[in-house]
Every structure is written in C-alpha cells, then in structure tokens.
Design a protein around this ligand. Structure first.
Ligand SMILES: [Mg+2]
Length: 168
C-alpha cells in the first residue's frame, strides 16, 4: 500500500504529535484588541479538555502560530502544551525543526490548519486536517475536514477521531 493510499484509520493510528494552528483553528479567527493594546482571543473549553486527554494518553501536542500573543502563551501553559512556536514566518520550517527535535517522522504528525500559510505543513504530514470553515486551499490539502469550524470544537473532534482509531 503506498503512503497516499493509506486509509484515514491507518493515518490516525500512527499519530504521536498533534500540531495546531491558532487563529481559525483553536479560535474562530476573530482577534479583539483592548484599549491597552492587549490582544484577546476566545478558545473553546472542550478543545482544552480534549487536548488534556490526548496528553494523558502519552501523546504530544504543539502550536505553530504566525502571530504572537500573550493570550496564546497563557492558553498553552494552561493546557500543558509542551511546544509553542509563535511569530512563525515559515511554518514549514518551524514544523520540520520541531519534528527533528522530537525525533519524530512526518507520518507521526497530524496537522490542523485553516489558511493558506498552513498548506505547506498540511502537505508534509501523516494526517492533514482542515477545519470546516478553512480556506479552499487548506480544504483541498486535507485528508479529513472537521464538521465543526475553528474555535467551535474542531480540535476536540480531531482528538476524538484519533483516539477512536488508536484504541486497542
Ligand atoms: Mg489560522
């Protein structure tokens, strides 16, 4: 069986690392600015609990974001996400460096994205997932499209899919 003919379940079974985009995946994509210049983001609480159960199973997660914000740093700490790359101009480079550092192969990574900046990373991983309201380029690069939109529980849906396929 060639790599690109792998079934969705086969792709899910090998995943050790979940790589998430932030804006439009962990959030609905809106960015609010306070008077003091603070950037505010809204995260979905059920995505958070799902990420914690993913970690409890001994799996890892990472966030690679093109932007930089204190809100994201706080959320990452709260969820014990070990790997956070902010201000990534080149997401593919950041992703490859991360895989290298963790000693993982691309087919062990599931990447969730919504925008064109995510496409090179989606095209270089074992399981590429786009959220329901992703841009057309991300949707076409995906092996799987969530029913939920970004910030609406899409990450919980992804983790449910992965854990469902990985159950012994
Ligand atoms: Mg995004």
């Amino acid at each position: 069986m060639t790599a690109n003919r792998k079934s969705l379940a086969d792709r899910c079974r090998g995943i050790e690392l979940l790589v998430l985009d932030t804006d439009g995946v962990l959030t609905a994509g809106g960015i609010a600015y306070g008077d003091n210049g603070l950037e505010l983001k809204t995260f979905h609480v059920r995505d958070g609990s799902a990420i914690k159960s993913w970690h409890r199973g001994g799996k890892q997660s990472a966030i690679i974001s093109g932007r930089t914000s204190n809100a994201l740093e706080k959320r990452t700490r709260e969820l014990d996400i070990a790997h956070l790359v902010q201000g990534a101009d080149d997401k593919l480079r950041a992703y490859r460096q991360l895989l290298n550092r963790l000693g993982l192969r691309a087919d062990q990574a599931c990447v969730v994205g919504d925008d064109s900046a995510d496409v090179p990373v989606l095209c270089d991983c074992g399981l590429a997932i786009a959220v329901a309201d992703a841009c057309p380029e991300a949707l076409s690069a995906a092996h799987y499209i969530t029913r939920a939109g970004g910030g609406q529980g899409a990450v919980r849906e992804v983790i449910g899919l992965l854990l469902g396929c990985q159950r012994p």
